[in-house]
Structure formats: structure tokens, C-alpha cells
Design a protein around this ligand. Structure first.
Ligand SMILES: [Zn+2]
Length: 330
């Protein structure tokens, strides 16, 4: 009888192991990462620490500058504002400008992480997600012992607002097609199409910086935004030129940054999306509205585990089946 139980247990453990080898598993950091910088809108100094987290934790921000630390989950349920930046809130405590960090985490296919900040805003770094990406790649990423759930779109969902729109359609992988239009000679109309295994995100999207127009700066600052903004952390456009001495990182840096923002916004779903997202002049607020619409229409999507070969068409960072050196539960 004891043998029979042992055999059953071994079979079950082998099945679990086989399942982990066949399916895409959740991922977290291999160890803790630190950085510091200033907040784009508040202009305040911020320290950021990213810690590995257990399976099914998701991304959880922790404000460590308060008498009692408050956790704020990155989720559509905690979105409090979408103007100029995404602000999340829990029990009256908020964290803002989360989108570039969330884009780095999501773009590198990390599921579980604790992000500690000692201020109400994530540091802006150089205005892109590239510093977060290289710091995360330095500490490394590990695969965890549980398959990842994907949110797979089964029917199209679209929202429109005047000449702006965004939609998700069924697709075998995550693809984003984005078009921006600005009445400025350096931007005018730009389109970009990208498929998202992680190498593409790190190389093509993560270095694209946030941007703004010199003519808007005074009005923004009078409303309390962009107080930490400078040529060090944003592309600033004059009437006919880029004011940054180093120029642009890509001729189409503007539309690439809008894709970066979209990836950060979509991380608020809590699960990687499998869909073709097409956006025309969208922004944080419209991205969030689309996600709410998707979540409210349960016939349009399903949660699924996906086998490795369906999502891994390009080489990935080396990963191993182990738990991180340091773990933290949310
Ligand atoms: Zn941005």
C-alpha cells in the first residue's frame, strides 16, 4: 500500500516536472536590484529596489517612506489617474509614473517582483525603459516552478474616440502596430509594427525616451507636472528641432516610446496578453479604457497556459529552473 502511494506521488511529481518543461513558466529576478533617480513630475529624489517574488505575486509596489509600508498592486483595479502618467493607489497611498518600469518588467517577461520606492513616484532615469532593462539583465532572471497563465484574445475588442482608436484582435503572439500623428514637422505621422519576444523589446523599444514640446512646458509645470523634467530625461521639441544635443536615438523614437507606454499600460492586466494590438493616436487613458472593456467582456478572451514553442521563436536570455536566491511574498 505504501509502495502504491509512493509510486502515485512519483508519477504526479514527474507529470508536474514534464509540465514545467513543456509549458512557459513564471519568471522573477535572480536577486535584488537597486537604482536611484528623480521623479519626472514631482522632481523628488527616489530610491528604487526590485526584489524577487514568489509565484503568483504579480508586480507589487511598496511605499517604504511612510510610517507603515503600504503595498500597491499593479492592476487595473488600482489605477487612480492616467493624465500624463499612470498613477496607482491603495488605501489613499499612491505611486505614479509606473509605466516605464512596468514596460521593462513586462517586456522582459517577468511575472513576479516587489518594487520598493521611498517616494510617491518611480524614478524617470533617462526617460526610457533601457536603464531598468540593463539593470534587470545584470542581476538576471530565473524561471519559477509554476506555468504562466496568458490572457488570450478570442474576439476583437475596439474602442474609438473621434479620430483616435485602439483594438485587440486574435493573434498567435503579442504584436503591436501603432500610429502617432502630431502637428510637428519632426513627428508628423509615424507608424511602427513589432512582435514581442524579449530581444525585440530590449533593443527596439526600451531605449525610446518620453518626449514633450517646449511650448507646453510652462503650462505643464504650473499644473504640477514635469517638475523634474529636463533634457537629461526627455526629448524636448522646439518649433522645428530637437533641443537635446545628442539628437534622437531613432528617427521614429516618438512612436516607439508610445509602444513602450502601451506595453507598460497593458502590464496592468496582470497576465501577458496574446493578441494583435492596433493603436491610432492612443494614450494612457485610452489604453486603460480598452483594458477595462476587454476585462468586462469575458466571451472575448480566455486564460491559458502556453507551450514553449508557441511563444519562443527567438533566442532568449539563459534561464534555469530554480527559485531566486532571495524571495519575498507580497
Ligand atoms: Zn512614457
Amino acid at each position: 500500500m505504501v509502495d502504491w502511494h509512493l509510486n502515485c506521488l512519483k508519477t504526479f511529481q514527474n507529470l508536474q516536472k514534464d509540465n514545467r518543461e513543456i509549458m512557459n513558466c513564471q519568471r522573477t529576478l535572480a536577486s535584488t536590484m537597486h537604482c536611484a533617480g528623480i521623479g519626472l513630475h514631482t522632481g523628488r529624489e527616489v530610491n528604487l529596489t526590485l526584489r524577487p517574488a514568489s509565484v503568483d505575486t504579480g508586480v507589487v509596489f511598496v511605499r517604504t517612506d511612510l510610517p507603515e509600508a503600504v503595498s500597491i498592486r499593479a492592476s487595473m483595479r488600482t489605477v487612480a489617474a492616467s493624465a500624463f502618467a499612470t498613477t496607482l493607489e491603495n488605501r489613499g497611498v499612491s505611486i505614479t509614473t509606473v509605466e516605464h518600469l512596468l514596460a521593462a518588467i513586462s517586456g522582459l517577461e517577468i511575472d513576479n517582483v516587489i518594487a520598493e520606492v521611498n517616494a510617491p513616484e518611480v524614478p524617470i532615469m533617462d526617460g526610457s525603459a533601457a536603464p531598468f532593462v540593463s539593470l534587470i539583465q545584470e542581476v538576471g532572471i530565473v524561471e519559477q516552478l509554476k506555468p504562466r497563465q496568458y490572457l488570450v484574445i478570442r474576439k476583437p475588442v475596439r474602442i474609438e474616440d473621434g479620430g483616435r482608436w485602439i483594438e485587440v484582435c486574435p493573434c498567435e503572439n503579442l504584436k503591436v502596430s501603432y500610429t502617432v500623428e502630431y502637428d510637428h514637422p519632426l513627428i508628423s505621422r509615424q507608424s511602427y509594427h513589432v512582435c514581442f519576444p524579449e530581444r525585440t523589446f530590449a533593443g527596439e523599444i526600451s531605449p525610446a525616451r518620453t518626449f514633450g514640446f517646449l511650448s507646453d512646458v510652462a503650462a505643464l509645470q504650473s499644473k504640477g507636472f514635469a517638475r523634474g523634467g529636463s533634457l537629461e530625461n526627455a526629448v524636448v521639441l522646439g518649433d522645428f528641432n530637437v533641443l537635446n544635443k545628442e539628437g534622437l536615438r531613432f528617427p521614429d523614437e516618438f512612436v516607439r516610446h508610445k509602444i513602450l507606454d502601451l506595453i507598460g499600460d497593458f502590464a496592468l492586466l496582470g497576465y501577458p496578453l496574446v493578441a494583435h494590438v492596433t493603436a491610432h493616436k492612443s494614450g494612457h487613458e485610452m489604453n486603460h479604457r480598452l483594458l477595462k472593456e476587454v476585462l468586462s467582456r469575458e466571451d472575448c478572451w480566455e486564460m491559458k497556459e502556453l507551450p514553449r514553442e508557441s511563444t519562443q521563436k527567438l533566442p532568449r536570455v539563459s534561464i534555469s529552473h530554480r527559485e531566486p536566491r532571495e524571495r519575498l511574498s507580497a
